[in-house]
Design a protein around this ligand. Structure first.
Ligand code: SF4
Length: 260
């Protein structure tokens, strides 16, 4: 699984925008490794700082390699999938009719039903990667850090350069900082930088969101009000088990009041 320097292989990178895939792209540019395509799936729910980060990476990529990032987007986006996607499976329609839930929308994702990861990221990226592998015999470079090596898949067309170079997650972040990429400080606030509306994030991250991104917190409150109105008290309308965003809002406000 050596890094191939020759131009014979079409070379694609999956870019999530996080520290590991960013470090991968920066190092591949620095080492003069070929890059023919950089694929990024936009969930439409990224932090504004992440959008700025992607634009900055795109500038660098164009300057150094003469190509732009290929942005992949679901035709309708997160909110349509959450509230409006029509359901067609008879068993699903029947269950919803029984529970009094409208026959459209997926509601809040949960640990067991992460429809958003599938529809907004994985499916889009894997469809394009598979096409490039098939049509161009592409090598697919994936930003998995050395301390996460168990996530690597055994595919002869996949490459995991950070694992080969022994670069850990902490080192990847430092490499990004050293190259002048700091996400406007996002990683100083949040442990995990993905969709700001993710119900799977930790409570501490939600507390930070309310504090550091009040405009996104206001949008989250609104999304949750809509979800509860449309789907009711079951799992689809529950942001987290037994917790609405409004309840978190009250809890955090109480904590703020008590702390001073
Ligand atoms: S970060 Fe959360 S909301 Fe975004 S795609 Fe992943 S599971 Fe879904």
């Amino acid at each position: 699984m050596g890094i191939v320097k020759s131009k014979e292989n079409f070379s694609a990178i999956s870019l999530s925008g996080g520290k590991d895939s960013t470090a991968l792209m920066l190092l591949m540019i620095e080492k003069g490794l070929p890059i023919d395509s950089v694929l990024y799936a936009d969930t439409t729910m990224d932090f504004p700082e992440m959008e700025a980060h992607i634009a900055k990476l795109d500038d660098l990529l164009f300057r150094e390699c003469g190509i732009h990032i290929t942005t992949l987007r679901h035709p309708h986006g997160f909110e349509w999938l959450m509230f409006d996607e029509p359901k067609v499976k008879p068993s699903c329609l029947e269950k919803r009719a029984r529970l009094g839930i409208p026959p459209f929308g997926n509601g809040w994702p949960g640990a067991r039903v992460r429809w958003c990861t599938g529809q907004l990221k994985t499916l889009l990226i894997s469809k394009e990667v598979n096409r490039l592998k098939l049509e161009k015999n592409a090598l697919h470079h994936i930003g998995i850090a050395a301390d996460e090596a168990h996530r690597c898949k055994d595919d002869p067309q996949n490459r995991y350069p950070l694992v080969e170079w022994g670069i850990t997650e902490a080192q990847a972040l430092q490499i990004c900082y050293n190259h002048g990429f700091d996400w406007g400080g996002l990683y100083e606030i949040y442990h995990r930088v993905s969709c700001w509306c993710c119900p799977l994030q930790r409570v501490g991250e939600l507390r930070n969101l309310r504090h550091h991104h009040p405009e996104l917190w206001a949008r989250l409150l609104e999304l949750d009000r809509r979800a509860r109105a449309q789907f009711g008290p079951g799992p689809l309308g529950q942001f987290k088990k037994n917790w609405s965003v409004e309840r978190y809002d009250e809890r955090f406000a109480r904590e703020d009041a008590n702390s001073g």
